[in-house]
Write a protein that binds this ligand. Structure first.
Ligand code: NAD
Length: 256
C-alpha cells in the first residue's frame, strides 16, 4: 500500500518508533530512522522487509540538526511523504522539585521537535498534495497525572499542534493526527517500573501490576505493533478525511 513512499520516524531506534517503522516498512514504505543507541540492529531489521532504509542521528532537541535530517531525508529518497514525530523522553518529579534542565529538554524533544520537523516537511507534502503527519502524543495529551508536569504539558501541546496542522491543510491531501497510547512496555516505561521496584522493595511483576492497576482498566500494555497498525490506517486511503484527531489506544485509561 505504501510502496514508493518515504516515512521518516523520529526516535525509531527503540520502542514505539521502531514498531511504527516496522509496520510502515511492511506496507512497502522506505524508512528514515533516527534516535540514539544501537542503529545497526534496527537498520538490518527494516532492510530485511525489502525496503530502503537510511539513518540520521539528529538530536531532536536541536533545531539545526533537525533541519539537517530533513535535508538528508529528501536527498536520500526525494521527499518525506510520512512524518512520524515520535521521539520523546520522560522525567518524574513534583513541580517544586522538577529540574529546570529536564523541563527544557522534555519541551524541546517532545513538543518543539515536532514543530520543527513539521514546518520543514510541509512544503514538499503540499506541493505533492499528499502527506501524512502522525504525532506520538500520549493519553497524557488528554488527561494529567501527578509528577509529570513537563510531559503532560508537552503532550497536551502536541495534541494542539496536531489540530492546527490538520486545519491549516484541511483542503489538501495532507493530514495530521495524533496517537495517544496508555502504557506501552518500552525502556521509557521500564524505568518507571524500576523506580517502583527500588522504592517499594517489590518484584518487577508486582511493580508492573501496580503501574497498570493505577491507570489502565484493561491491565494490559498496548504494543508497538498495535500502534504501528493505527499509523498504517492513518496512511491508508480510508484515512483521507481523518483530520486532527487524538486517537487513544489506552486500555480504557481516558474513559474513566
Ligand atoms: P523509548 O525510550 O523506547 O524510545 C524513545 C526513542 O526516542 C529512542 O529511539 C531514543 O533514542 C529516541 N530519543 C530520545 N531522545 C532523543 C533525542 N534528543 N533525539 C533523537 N532521538 C531521541 O520510548 P517509547 O516508549 O518508545 O516512546 C516513544 C514515544 O511514545 C514518546 O514520544 C513517548 O512519549 C510516547 N509514549 C510512550 C508511551 C509508553 O508507555 N511507552 C505511552 C504514551 C506515549
Amino acid at each position: 500500500m505504501l510502496k514508493g513512499k518515504t516515512a521518516l520516524v523520529t526516535g525509531s531506534t527503540s520502542g514505539i518508533g521502531l514498531g511504527i517503522a516496522r509496520s510502515l516498512a511492511a506496507q512497502g514504505a522506505n524508512i528514515v530512522l533516527n534516535g540514539f543507541g544501537d542503529v545497526q540492529g534496527p537498520k538490518a531489521e527494516i532492510a530485511a522487509l525489502g525496503v530502503k532504509v537510511a539513518y540520521h542521528g539528529a538530536d531532536m532537541s536541536r533545531p539545526a540538526e533537525i533541519e539537517d535530517m530533513m535535508k538528508f531525508a529528501a536527498a536520500q529518497f526525494g521527499r518525506v511523504d510520512i512524518l512520524v514525530n515520535n521521539a520523546g523522553i520522560q522525567h518524574v518529579a513534583k513541580i517544586e522539585n522538577f529540574p529546570v534542565d529536564k523541563w527544557d529538554a522534555i519541551l524541546a524533544i517532545n513538543l518543539s521537535s515536532a514543530f520543527h520537523a513539521t514546518r520543514l516537511a510541509l512544503p514538499a507534502m503540499q506541493a505533492a498534495n499528499w502527506g501524512r503527519i502522525i504525532n506520538l502524543a500520549s493519553v497524557h495529551g488528554l488527561v494529567g497525572s501527578a509528577e509529570k508536569s513537563a510531559y503532560v504539558a508537552a503532550k497536551h501541546g502536541l495534541v494542539g499542534l496536531t489540530k492546527v496542522t490538520a486545519l491549516e491543510n484541511a483542503t489538501t491531501g495532507v493530514t495530521c493526527n495524533a496517537i495517544c497510547p496508555g502504557w506501552v512496555l518500552t525502556p521509557l516505561v521500564q524505568k518507571q517500573i524500576d523506580a517502583k521496584v527500588a522504592g517499594g522493595g517489590i518484584s518487577n511483576e508486582a511493580a508492573t501490576r501496580q503501574l497498570l492497576g493505577e491507570k489502565e482498566p484493561s491491565m494490559q500494555f498496548t504494543t508497538p505493533a498495535e500502534l504501528g497498525e493505527l499509523a498504517v490506517f492513518f496512511c491508508s486511503p480510508a484515512g483521507n478525511n481523518v483530520r486532527g484527531v487524538a486517537w487513544n489506544m489506552d486500555g480504557g485509561w481516558a474513559a474513566q
